[in-house]
Write a protein that binds this ligand. Structure first.
Ligand code: ARG
Length: 505
């Protein structure tokens, strides 16, 4: 019999229960539901809303349930609809209605569910943040190691200018660092306390929302009760962080798939991150990167799903809102597993540079450098030098030659009114030397890449400190809730003392 069944004359159809129950989805929030219930209980006792005797019995039972949940001994019963009614029903079953039936004063499933899911999402974002820090560190470590490894850079997917693998790896670190910052920003939106909003309108019980907020380690209360119970923008922001990060990883995946497919690209995915073919014995397929490219769709879909679920929900809880959780769980799962797999893939990626120089010569990748040289040493307008080099490239290409044919090139330049010593020509078109000269801030020269890595590591450190702070406060708050509940049930603390202890930092 459902806890709410007194006003109903006909029992719920089996289809109604199976269509609406969320125990399988809510399972992930059991620990958070118990923590929030304990915080609510301590607040009720601290405010004198619930007597200390009954409060102590409920505290003992909730602590027991926390242990059971940690040991996997708390299975949710689908007949009880959701995690909230499972916990309350168990309390009543164990303690009787006169005790267990008093916890629900001044709260509603509408403020419980947003409290639990904010706590869950906070944990999940912190876990993803830690993984992302690992991936960015791996990219920066490899970038430092490969700061001088020549490769060919592309624009429009066409050969463009020589760069280094260190430059390419640190570009992804630079982009992913912004995902880390977006994650920290989303945490600020998530980390607000809706508990105490009741169903929609607050409550007439003299509750103190500051107490539950402090016990749950939130930054502040989410003051407006109607907004707090009806709005899911924290889910949207979280899904958007996942989608943006997965879009970046998908781009990295695309490069890995494409570049590892040609013998000349210089990228090799370790055996550990490839699989073989059932028929072609020679194959090594970069499945992790291929799947990451496709699994980004899961995160994009989740964002669209939550937007669609919430766009027509008027102020005041509607059941539509319970459909926010399946997509956000999927987005969080796919993002964390992808970041985890990529960290190993990047750490073991192999770089081969022997074909890179050839590719640079064949594609005239240093043509810009030659134009720069003619501009800066001969006071020509850049556009004139550009035009001249363009004609030289056309000439060499039509004779199946490259800038490697330095004598021919210098003779062609002389015939076109440009005097250039042979050794200066050779130096200006040499791919390795060209890379070394890109020393502008953020450029590809090994020296500048190393300086950029230092700056990025600094940013990484600051983001890490921000996340560590939220994680530490959350852990301390959980420990404090358990410790205060334990002291309270042993009668070491009265209700009034509880209130003081909760607010003491
Ligand atoms: N399972 C619900 C959800 O996930 C919990 C809130 C239900 N509230 C209600 N009045 N039925 O949103």
């Amino acid at each position: 019999m459902a806890l709410w069944s007194s006003r109903f004359s006909t029992p719920m159809a089996p289809a109604t229960l199976s269509y609406s129950e969320t125990t399988d989805i809510d399972r992930r929030m059991l620990a958070h539901e118990l923590w929030a219930s304990l915080a609510h209980l301590l607040m009720l006792c601290a405010c004198g809303i619930l007597d200390e005797g009954r409060g102590r019995e409920i505290a003992a039972e909730l602590l027991r349930m926390m242990d059971q949940a940690e040991h996997g001994d708390f299975k949710l019963d689908p007949a009880l609809e959701d995690v909230h009614l499972n916990v309350e029903s168990r309390l009543i079953e164990r303690l009787g209605l006169d005790i267990g039936g008093r916890l629900h004063m001044g709260r509603s499933r509408n403020d419980q569910v947003v409290t639990d899911s904010r706590l869950y999402v906070r944990d999940a974002l912190l876990a993803i943040g830690r993984l992302l820090i690992g991936l960015v560190s791996a990219l920066l470590d490899r970038a430092e190691e490969q700061a001088g490894t020549l490769t060919l850079g592309y624009t429009h997917s066409q050969a463009a200018q020589p760069i280094t693998f260190g430059f390419w790896l640190s570009a992804h670190a630079s982009a992913l660092l912004r995902d880390l910052k977006r994650l920290s920003d989303a945490l600020e939106t998530v980390n607000l306390c809706p508990l105490g909003s009741g169903a929609l309108a607050g409550t007439s019980f003299p509750i103190d929302r500051r107490l539950t907020c402090a016990l749950l380690g939130f930054d502040d209360i989410l003051r407006h009760a109607l907004d707090a119970t009806s709005t899911r923008d924290y889910m949207l922001e979280t899904a958007s962080v996942c989608a943006t990060c997965m879009a970046q990883l998908s781009r990295l995946a695309e490069e890995i798939v494409v570049w590892s497919s040609s013998a000349t690209s210089g990228l090799k995915v370790s055996d550990a991150y490839t699989t073989g073919s059932s028929i072609m014995p020679q194959k090594r397929n970069p499945v992790v990167a291929e799947l990451a490219r496709a699994k980004s769709a899961t995160a994009f879909g989740a964002l669209m799903e939550i937007l669609s679920v919430t766009k027509s929900v008027t102020m005041g809880y509607s059941s539509d809102l319970q459909q926010d959780k399946p997509p956000i769980w999927r987005a969080l799962d796919v993002t964390s597993e992808t970041i985890g797999a990529f960290t190993g893939l990047i750490a073991t990626l192999e770089f081969e540079t022997k074909n890179a120089e050839d590719a640079c010569w064949r594609s005239f990748a240093t043509a810009t450098e030659l134009a720069n040289y003619l501009t800066s040493t001969q006071q020509r307008p850049f556009r004139e030098a550009y035009d001249l080099v363009g004609r030289l490239v056309r000439h060499l290409e039509s004779h199946a030659m490259t800038f490697r044919d330095a004598n021919v090139s210098v003779a062609w330049l002389a015939a076109n009114g440009v005097k250039m010593p042979l050794e200066e020509f050779v130096s200006s078109v040499d791919p390795r030397r060209a890379v070394e000269r890109q020393t502008s801030t953020g450029g590809t020269s090994p020296e500048e890449v190393r300086a950029t890595i230092v700056a990025l590591r600094d940013q990484l450190g600051r983001n890490e400190a921000r996340l560590t702070d939220v994680a530490r406060r959350s852990e301390l708050a959980l420990a404090k809730t358990r410790n205060l509940a334990t002291s309270f049930l042993k009668s070491e603390l009265s209700g009034v003392e509880l209130s003081r202890e909760i607010l003491a930092s």
